[in-house]
Design a protein around this ligand. Sequence first.
Ligand code: PMV
Length: 329
Amino acid sequence: MPFGKATSIACSNIAFIKYWGNRDATLRLPLNNSISMNLDHATTITTVAFDAALNDDEIVIGDQKANAAQRARVVAHLDRVRALAQIETRARVHSRNTFPMGVGIASSASAFAALSLAATRAAGLDLSERELSILARQGSGSACRSIPAGFVEWQAGTSSADSYAVQLAPPSFWDLRDVIAVVSTTEKHVGSTEGHAAATSSPFLAERLKGLPARLARVRHAIAARDLATLGSAIEEDAIELHMIAMTSRPPIFYWSPGMVRVIQAVHHWRAEGLGVYFTLDAGPNVHLICEARDANAVAARACEIPDVLQVIVNAPGDAARLTEEHLF
Ligand code: PMV
């Protein structure tokens, strides 16, 4: 099969029901199903070219050579692709985000979704959406949800072969917005891989898992009915629960910051005034403000008035991971 170059763009996603904890950390098989929305303004673009002249993989993220930890994870993913394609050729990988990395906007989701599509195409493979989702999952769990378009559920499954994401509704189905209130752009101290591993040490994890089937059903129903109040109450509960599990892990992981709490308090205040907006959080300090498109300007303007908020990024439901001819090299 001829080697080529391929470039892909993938959206990050915001989880409405969080993935937190694995039953198999190596294969990234999760403890529970999760549901998310792709984010059209938080994307990664990645170009991959396999090149027989290379002695080693060459990985550039942003404008810099990948650090050791980033490199190990990308090379491991390229190895998965090489195994599928039955090749040993090394690759050149350039990747760029449209948003700051490591701040609770899931950069690993868009990164491994984009890498999966670009690397498989560059290696001459043509995987189905399901196969790509399974591959992306092994790079970063949440990346499997950035393969399909729009509103997506990752089915935990029983093995690697049936643990992948499927679309619940296309992007056009519900004109929802995620206004990300960025309160910090510094790298988080504890990555989600460590967080997943620590989750089982929380005495509250079993309680969370018991309640999740009902909450997942609520979120599925809320999406199907475009019911923001139902979605909003479920996502706020789930976000708080994610952080409660993190904080009660041994040792505890604390992602909260004063700025984050001030934004959450403001959301309660705005809602009391009649604005339809709900918050969710990731494993980082930023707050995702979920609202209808018609309220996004008002939500963004109010968020910008909070001194802790450095910038807002307004996202509509995003597309599937896709190929582009705009190569980075
Ligand atoms: O895909 P990971 O390993 O970065 O984990 C993502 C974890 C959360 O962002 C906190 C929740 C989620 O489901 O996206």
